[in-house]
Design a protein around this ligand. Structure first.
Ligand SMILES: Nc1ncnc2c1ncn2[C@@H]1O[C@H](COP(=O)(O)OP(=O)(O)OP(=O)(O)O)[C@@H](O)[C@H]1O
Length: 456
């Protein structure tokens, strides 16, 4: 069925330009020269998309965006803004506009905006279900907080607005970012996630924007950056507060110009990416402290999403536990289960590391548990037994207390690594014999080998 676009502008020349371009794309158009007429057309003609100018004789385009959001939430609306008026564009996105295009209108950009908007209203949300495993984990949980978050993400999926996701470490910020990508018009293009805190500063520009051959020692061939890899799709900047200030300037420029220049290159390359970002820090406080640029904050923080910590939605625990146990148990026998004591112990726990910590706790507990069910003891929360088997009592050891200061976990892992390596050597790398020698189960040995990175 031919789709219809409503064009709202009081200048006849612009209406005509849009009309000709859209008709050539095989679309029907209808138009309005005022806010009142636009609202009437919305009611009478049920268009699939609306393009509106900001300044109208009887009101402004933002009111129209709000009207459409309220009465026709399934219809995407894009704002036509005066050249360089960033504030208007940002207010339009905040009000729920899907995207904006600035004057003078570039026809190529108009065509791509219209086709992605119509893909949206055409296919709706049925294209990618949150359950589709190829698209990353779904957002599990039925607590009111997660239900609201899911709805918010699905709504934001329709927009092109930059979204900033705030939440504690491990709370599911990337899961939310993927949900937004998977349900939007860019779902069939790439979702590229980058942890800004993990890239060495000197490589950051080349990682993000690419480089040309010979631009620095080691640049043996042209290499596209993450912006190029996300072309047509979504770039997720995780831990964005960790971007060094010099890089923040370059990122701002790339966002403003919608173009990047590879390191050592002379030409700018146009980019079309939707930007999502996240941090566990308070970005406004980072701005106040002078560590994050205000102008970049303003650009990436158009819409703000909060992911609540796990401790505030413990009613999600059974569903999350179930999903994790199914995954860790997928290799073998029956999916493991928790006994009631374990679930009780979890409900009392604070989960500073949120869902990621829950995953780690369950993986470890399953590896260490000997019986058919995971018990509270297997979870090894503080105060629980570590369940050391063997019965011969602790051997006399003389720990290097100095070396453990500041990194107890790391120190204990080193000790564990040395003991297991020695036992493996004694048993000539026979894992069954090694496990027996150490008085632990085979499963437990396998878990420790993975954890300590002792496997090839
Ligand atoms: N609601 C959820 N449903 C299913 N899995 C989840 C959920 N929340 C988090 N997870 C899982 O927990 C782990 C951490 O999630 P994710 O990477 O999205 O957190 P994050 O907030 O981005 O963490 P970080 O701040 O460390 O980058 C992942 O393995 C993810 O699949």
């Amino acid at each position: 069925m031919t789709q219809t676009v409503l064009i709202v502008d009081d200048e006849p020349d612009i209406r005509e330009l849009l009309d000709i371009t859209l008709s050539r794309m095989g679309l029907n158009t209808c138009s309005a020269a005022s806010l009142g007429e636009a609202e009437r057309r919305m009611r009478e003609e049920h268009p699939d998309l609306c393009l509106t100018d900001m300044r109208l004789p009887d009101g402004n385009g933002i009111s129209l965006v709000e009207y459409i959001q309220r009465d026709f939430p399934e219809v995407p609306v894009a704002m036509i803004t005066a050249h360089g008026s960033v504030e208007t564009a940002i207010s339009a996105l905040k009000a729920g506009a899907f995207d904006f295009i600035s004057k003078p209108i570039e026809l190529e950009r108009l065509r791509s905006l219209v086709s992605s908007a119509l893909k949206l209203s055409d296919a709706g949300e049925a294209r990618a279900t949150p359950q589709d495993p190829a698209r990353g984990p779904s957002l599990i949980g039925d607590s009111p907080a997660i239900a609201t978050l899911r709805q918010q993400a699905l709504k934001l999926a329709r927009s092109q607005a930059p979204v900033h996701i705030q939440g504690e470490s491990g709370s599911g910020k990337e899961v939310v970012a993927r949900l937004i990508h998977n349900h939007g018009p860019r779902a069939n293009a790439s979702f590229v996630a980058v942890n800004c805190g993990a890239i060495p500063h000197e490589l950051m520009e080349s990682e993000l924007f690419g480089h040309v051959k010979g631009s620095f020692t080691g640049a043996i061939q042209d290499k596209p950056g993450l912006f190029q890899a996300a072309q047509g799709g979504t770039l997720f900047l995780d831990e964005v507060a960790d971007l060094p200030l010099a890089m923040q300037v370059k990122l701002l420029r790339a966002i403003q110009e919608k173009a990047v220049r590879p390191v050592g290159g002379s030409a700018e390359q146009p980019t079309d990416v939707r930007l999502l970002s996240a941090t566990h820090k308070d970005l406004a406080a980072e701005v106040a402290a002078g560590r994050f640029r205000n102008d970049l904050y303003y650009r990436i923080h158009v819409i703000d999403v909060q992911v609540p910590p796990l401790r505030d939605r413990l009613e999600d625990l059974p569903a999350l536990v179930d999903a994790v146990l199914r995954r860790v148990g997928a290799e073998g026998d029956k999916p493991p289960a928790l006994d009631a004591s374990a679930l009780d112990a979890m409900r009392r726990y604070h989960f500073p590391g949120n869902v990621r910590e829950l995953e780690n706790i369950l993986e470890r507990a399953w590896a260490l548990s000997e019986g058919p069910r995971i018990t509270a003891d297997d979870l090894q929360f503080a105060g629980g037994s570590t369940g050391a088997p063997g019965g011969s009592g602790p051997a006399a050891i003389s720990p290097d207390i100095e070396a453990a200061m500041g990194d107890l976990e790391g120190y204990l892992e080193d000790v564990e690594r040395q003991i297991i390596s020695a036992a493996l050597e004694q048993c000539r790398w026979n894992k069954t014999a090694t496990a027996k020698q150490l008085g632990i189960s085979f499963r437990s040995l396998r878990y420790r080998l993975q954890k300590l990175k002792l496997e090839d």
